[in-house]
Write a protein that binds this ligand. Structure first.
Ligand SMILES: Nc1ncnc2c1ncn2[C@@H]1O[C@H](COP(=O)(O)OP(=O)(O)OP(=O)(O)O)[C@@H](O)[C@H]1O
Length: 309
C-alpha cells in the first residue's frame, strides 16, 4: 500500500454459506478521488462496503484501507472514516439528533459544534427533534452529518441520497465536491447514475458479485449513444450524413435531421457545418444505457474490468 491508494482490495471474496456476496474483487480507490460504486440490487455493494470496515470478515482475499488492516487496526481506522450505512440503526434513537451527534463526535475525538450546526443548516435539519420521530429522509441527514462532521480522510457512503429530495441531493453532491477539494477520498455506492456522473471521477460497476468494469466517468459519457436533432436553413440530403462513423437511425425530413450518434460527435458536426445550421439539439448521453450494457456485455471479458483502471 502506498499513500496514493486509499482502498486496495485483492481477491476480496465473501460467501454467506453457499451464497455469493462478492467474488474475487480487485479494486483500488485512489487517495483524493471520488469513486462511484454502481450495481443493481444484490450485486454485492453493501457486502463490499461492510468488508472494508470489518463489519464482515472475508471468506478469502485481503483489503487495506488507508494503509491499515481493517481487522487489526479497526478502531484507529474507524476514527479516520466517515461511514454512512445503507440501513441506519442509531443507538438511543429516542434522544434528540443533537445528543446523538454529540455522542458520535466524542467517539471520534471531538468535533466542533459549529461544524455540526453548519451541516444541519445546509441540510435543513432541525437538531432539536428526536431521531425516532424523524422521517426516513431526515434520519438520512443525521447519518450524513455524522459521516461528514469530523472531516475524515475517507468517506464510505452506502446509498447516500436514499430518501433525500432533489434539493437535498444537490446539497449532498456539493458536500462531496467540497470533500474532494479538501483532499478527502469518497467511495459511494449508488443506483442513481446521474448523481454519480455529476461528482465521481471514476465508477466501479459490480454485477452478480463480480466486478464488471472500472471506468472514468468521462469515458462512460463518451461511449454513450446520444440522439441529435439538427435544423438547417434549407433542406439537406440524407446521403451526405449516411456514411458517417457512429451514425444510425438517420432521418431527414426537409431541413430537419435526426439521428443517433455512438461515440464522437465531431464527424456529424463537420458534415453539418457545410450547410447553414439554425439549431442543434443533443440529448444527454444516457449513462443508464451504458451502465446496463455492462450487465449484458461485460461477463467473461476480464479486460473490460480493467479498462480505465
Ligand atoms: N446476511 C446475508 N445472508 C445471506 N446472503 C446475503 C446476506 N447479505 C447479503 N446477502 C446476499 O449477497 C448478495 C449481495 O448483497 P449486497 O447486499 O451486498 O448487495 P447490494 O449490491 O448492496 O444490493 P442493494 O443495492 O440491494 O443494497 C445478494 O445476493 C444478497 O442476497
Amino acid at each position: 500500500m502506498t499513500d496514493d491508494i486509499a482502498v486496495r482490495a485483492e481477491g476480496l471474496t465473501k460467501f454467506y454459506g453457499a451464497h455469493r456476496g462478492i467474488d474475487s474483487l480487485d479494486l483500488e480507490v485512489r487517495a483524493g478521488e471520488v469513486m462511484g460504486f454502481l450495481g443493481p440490487n444484490g450485486a454485492g455493494k453493501t457486502t463490499t462496503i461492510r468488508l472494508l470496515l470489518d463489519y464482515l470478515r472475508p471468506t478469502a482475499g485481503r483489503v487495506r484501507v488507508l494503509g491499515l488492516d481493517p481487522r487489526r487496526d479497526r478502531a484507529a481506522l474507524h476514527r479516520r472514516i466517515g461511514y454512512l450505512p445503507g440501513e441506519l440503526h442509531f443507538p438511543g434513537r429516542r434522544g434528540r439528533a443533537q445528543t446523538l451527534l454529540d455522542f458520535f463526535g466524542t467517539a471520534r475525538g471531538g468535533v466542533a459544534s459549529s461544524r455540526v450546526t453548519e451541516l444541519a443548516e445546509r441540510l435543513e435539519l432541525d437538531l432539536s427533534r428526536p431521531v425516532h420521530a424523524m422521517s426516513k429522509g431526515n434520519r438520512q441527514k443525521v447519518g450524513l452529518i455524522q459521516a461528514f462532521m469530523h472531516q475524515p480522510d475517507l468517506l464510505v457512503l452506502d446509498e447516500p441520497t436514499s430518501g433525500l429530495d432533489p434539493l437535498m441531493q444537490q446539497e449532498f453532491l456539493a458536500l462531496v465536491r467540497e470533500a474532494r477539494t479538501a483532499g478527502q477520498t469518497v467511495f459511494m455506492s449508488s443506483h442513481v447514475l446521474a448523481e454519480v456522473q455529476e461528482v465521481a471521477d471514476r465508477v466501479a460497476i459490480v454485477r452478480a458479485g463480480r466486478l464488471a468494469a472500472v471506468e472514468r466517468v468521462e469515458s462512460l459519457g463518451r461511449r454513450a449513444v446520444r440522439t441529435v436533432e439538427i435544423h438547417f436553413a434549407d433542406p439537406v440530403r440524407a446521403a451526405l450524413f449516411a456514411g458517417l462513423p457512429g451514425i444510425s437511425e438517420l432521418h431527414v425530413d426537409g431541413p430537419v435531421l435526426t439521428c443517433t450518434v455512438d461515440g464522437k460527435l465531431d464527424p456529424l458536426i463537420k458534415a453539418a457545418a457545410q450547410h447553414e445550421v439554425v439549431d442543434l439539439l443533443s440529448a444527454e448521453p444516457d449513462l443508464e444505457e451504458t451502465f446496463l450494457s455492462y450487465y449484458y456485455h461485460a461477463e467473461g471479458d476480464p479486460d473490460a474490468a480493467r479498462a480505465g483502471a
